[in-house]
Each structure stands twice: as C-alpha cells, then as structure tokens.
Design a binder for this molecule. Structure first.
Ligand code: DX5
Ligand code: ZN
Length: 218
C-alpha cells in the first residue's frame, strides 16, 4: 500500500481555516489529522466536537480524529456524529480498550489506538485484531512542533513485524515531529500513515511539501 499523508490541522491558521482546508483539499494529502485535547490527559486544550463538525463541512477528505482525552468512551458517538472517519483513543486512557475499540467499529468508524512514547507496542498484542490503526506517538502528546523521538523507529519495526507475522491489515501511523528530514526512515521502518503538522503548515509551499512527502519511496 502506498503510504498516506495526514496533515495535522493543529498547525493550521485558525483565523483562516477555510483557506487552509481549501489548500489541503487541493493537495495530494489523504486524510485530515484532527487533534482533540482536554487539558487533563494532556497539558493542553485544543477544541471539541463542534469545531470538528465545522471542519467536516470544509473537508473533502476523511477526518482522522485523535482523542487525547480521558474517558473517551463517553464521547465516541458524539465524534461519530461530528464526522470522524477514523477515531483514535489512547491506550493510557482506556481501562477496557477491547470494548472501546469494538464500540468504535460498531459505530462505523475505523478504530485507532495511540500509544505514548513510554508505552511498548507489545502491550497491544491482544487487541491488534480489533485495531485498524496504531498511532505511535513520536513526541509526548499535547503540542505541535516538537522534536521526533528516534526510539520510535525501533517500535515501528517491532510492530510491523508482528502485523506481518499475524497477517493483519492494521495500519501504523506516526505522529509528532515528522517532516521531510526523517520521513524516509520512518517509512522504511514500516509506517503507513505520516501525520505532519508544522512541517506542512509552516513550510513555504505546503502543497509542494505534501507532494514530496507523498513521493518518498517512488
Ligand atoms: C501532538 C499531536 C500531533 C501534532 C503534530 O500532541 O498529536 O498530531 O499536531 O504536530 P507536529 O507535526 O508539528 O509535530
Ligand atoms: Zn495527533
């Protein structure tokens, strides 16, 4: 499968969201990555389902919603209604992860689980069958523009090997500090989806940056 590019709208210009969405709509990006933060699970607050609903109206590509929140079970349906196509919860925020992932699928969304940098990929062994996407955080979640943590590469390789061994179709997404400087290594390690916030929106020509990220490995 050709890898996917998911620009993270956290780095977009919120006073010009329509302009930035038009730009991404006209680019070769595949998904919108939408970061929801609650000020409890992570030390930052971004936006909630009303803004996601507004984004859905502007987006011509699927919404990949990353919930960095405590008690995500309470909000699965609300994010489905807001327009999420992929819904990712954090391993560290879910006591009954198997149930949560099954509930996301039952609502008709792709089910994702994100892990913080300190969480081992081996802990996902018993839920891989219920998981459409594993988001390996390559920064500590909460903020855009942080530095990529290189130990992530070993985690990608280990998880990819297990997915292949078990003949699963679970996708691996990498989130945090991804850009043209490291995308090739990340893809070689086995990633399927690259989230890119600052490296896309803060670049001089975001459409060209997306093009280049998309062309890696061709
Ligand atoms: C971090 C978020 C990321 C963030 C990535 O907490 O989950 O999605 O927007 O931003 P960059 O690409 O700037 O590191
Ligand atoms: Zn994210």
């Amino acid at each position: 499968m050709k890898h996917l590019i998911a620009p993270s709208v956290l780095a977009a210009d919120f006073s010009n969201l329509q302009r930035d969405f038009d730009m991404i709509n006209s680019s070769r990006a595949d998904w919108y990555h939408v970061d929801v933060m609650d000020g409890s699970f992570v030390p930052n607050i971004s936006f909630g389902m009303n803004i996601v609903k507004t984004m859905k109206k502007m987006a011509q590509k699927p919404l990949d919603v990353h919930l960095m929140i405590d008690n995500p079970d309470q909000y699965l349906e609300a994010f489905k209604d807001a327009g999420a196509d992929v819904l990712t919860v954090h391993y560290e925020a879910c006591t009954h992860l198997h149930r949560t992932l099954s509930a996301i699928r039952a609502l008709g969304m792709k089910a994702g689980v994100a892990i913080n940098p300190h969480t081992s990929v081996h802990l996902l062994e018993d839920v891989l069958e219920q998981t459409d996407l594993v988001c390996i955080m390559s920064v500590n979640p909460g903020f855009g523009g942080q530095k990529f943590i290189y130990q992530t590469l070993a985690k990608i390789k280990a998880l990819k090997a297990r997915i292949i061994e078990r003949n699963l179709s679970t996708m691996i997404e990498i989130d945090g500090g991804v850009g043209l400087q490291n995308a090739e290594e990340i893809l070689k390690a086995g990633a399927d989806v690259l989230v890119a916030g600052s490296s896309v929106f803060k670049s001089e020509d975001p459409i060209d940056t997306i093009d280049r990220l998309k062309n890696i490995g061709q």
